[in-house]
Write a protein that binds this ligand. Structure first.
Ligand code: SF4
Length: 309
């Protein structure tokens, strides 16, 4: 049988394709236009899906992504407010506990500087010291010492304070400042002492801090100075000096107390607080410490000090 040429095999009437012209597709959905439409539809669906998923995701889960994106951004385009937080975190992470030999040298110098350091609030017993300490908040010790003699003459015990009226107590302590809050705290604290402790000031930190208006600082003052039970008092001076001396990087009073406990020998806790308070008042003052005449200078890293005398 003779071989037919390709031209002769073509179906009669079928259009011959001219090279360079678009090919006619008969199968639906297989052409380039259909493929483009499919791609567009898929992209739309994906976009809608992402948006729905984003809306459902909790805010917390999105945060790390935002942080990663912020970290990848060039430093010059990062928000200014974000930078100090990063600096603070890294400086805290770098803090190492102080060298015990340096701490021992500091304690020795402080002891020689303030051999007679003691509580500056006049008192005859734990109860008077408790009331005087409540009054000393935001007030000088000298002012409190002017007020307390007449106060204790009129109200000699907890029951007398608990029975006093708010107005008459406010009048008596007016000059110490914040007299309304202080009068309320004293009355409520004394009512607690009478009803729960039989009129005697308790001897433990837990019991003392359970009294209304009494915090850790007041409790440690009473324990250390009236009962002889060691207690670290953390006030504004102790906070500032323990940071400058490189003993801690904490700013919170309770965290500072916990940080100092393993560094300072327990038997010196009460004295250590007195030493730092006295040194903070006379030499290491808040605004411009007198470093050039400070005996602690050889052992002080002067952390955070930007200007000094
Ligand atoms: S050297 Fe300066 S910063 Fe350090 S304790 Fe003395 S006064 Fe304060």
């Amino acid at each position: 049988m003779p071989r037919k040429s390709p031209r002769s095999r073509r179906t009669p009437g079928r259009k011959v394709r001219v090279p360079g012209t678009a090919r006619h597709r008969v199968t639906p959905g297989r052409g380039r236009a259909a493929a483009r439409a499919r791609t567009r539809a898929t992209a739309r669906e994906a976009q809608a899906g992402h948006a729905a998923a984003r809306a459902k995701r909790p805010a917390v889960a999105r945060r790390p992504v935002a942080r990663r994106a912020a970290a990848l951004r060039p430093a010059s385009r990062r928000p200014v407010a974000a930078r100090p937080a990063a600096i603070r975190t890294s400086s805290r992470a770098r803090f190492a506990p102080p060298d015990p030999a340096r701490v021992a040298a500091l304690l020795g110098r402080l002891e020689r500087l303030y051999p007679d350091a003691k509580c500056a609030l006049d008192h005859r017993d734990p109860f008077e010291l408790l009331i005087a300490t409540i009054l000393s908040a935001q007030c000088t010790d000298a002012r409190v010492n002017q007020v307390t003699p007449s106060l204790f003459a009129r109200y000699p015990e907890a029951a007398a304070f608990a029975g006093a009226t708010q107005e008459e107590l406010e009048d008596m302590i007016h000059s110490t400042g914040f007299f309304r809050n202080k009068a309320r705290a004293i009355r409520e604290c004394c009512a607690d002492i009478v009803t729960r402790f039989g009129g005697s000031v308790p001897r433990t930190l837990e019991e003392l801090t359970s009294l209304r208006g009494v915090g850790r600082k007041t409790a440690n003052v009473v324990l250390g100075n009236a009962y002889g039970i060691p207690g670290l008092v953390v006030d504004t001076h102790v906070t500032r000096l323990s940071n400058r001396l490189g003993l801690t990087r904490e700013r919170d009073a309770v965290k500072i107390e916990l940080a100092l406990m393993p560094i300072v020998p327990r038997g010196r806790w009460t004295q250590f607080s007195h030493w730092l308070i006295l040194h903070g008042r006379s030499v290491c003052i808040a605004r411009k410490p007198r470093c050039s005449r400070c005996p602690l200078l050889p052992d002080c890293p002067r952390f955070g000090v930007t200007a000094s005398e």
